[in-house]
Design a protein around this ligand. Sequence first.
Ligand SMILES: [Zn+2]
Ligand SMILES: [Zn+2]
Length: 138
Amino acid sequence: MTGHVLTGGCLCGSIRYEFDASEAVVDLCHCATCRKSTGGATVAWAQVKPSAFALTRGVPAKYQSSSKGWRHFCGRCGGQLFMSDPAGHSIGVTVGSLDDADAVTLSAHGWDGSRPRWLCLSDDLPRYPADPPYDEVD
Ligand SMILES: [Zn+2]
Ligand SMILES: [Zn+2]
């Protein structure tokens, strides 16, 4: 793989991946589905083309969280790794599973209308009340 290659994986190390982040779009998703699936207050996603993403170790478990999205996670430690959509438009990689979370830069907030009132973030990035216009996966 070439370009701006980033690596990551789950907590126990059973699943590893790499992707070319050259054209990645990074957003925070404040939707209730992301909260429920991860237990976190919000989830940062790096969206890339499927051709820019590759598993390098292990086979993740998956769960269909909506008609448009599958969530892939480690069946051993439960770490949430990435999302895919049946049409193959994009892969959303959880920024929290990167080896270096500072290797990407945040560009927007999605589902800001569902953000918990107590989660206050002081950046001036675009805030979309629901799906960002570029998003294909829930
Ligand atoms: Zn694991
Ligand atoms: Zn979400």
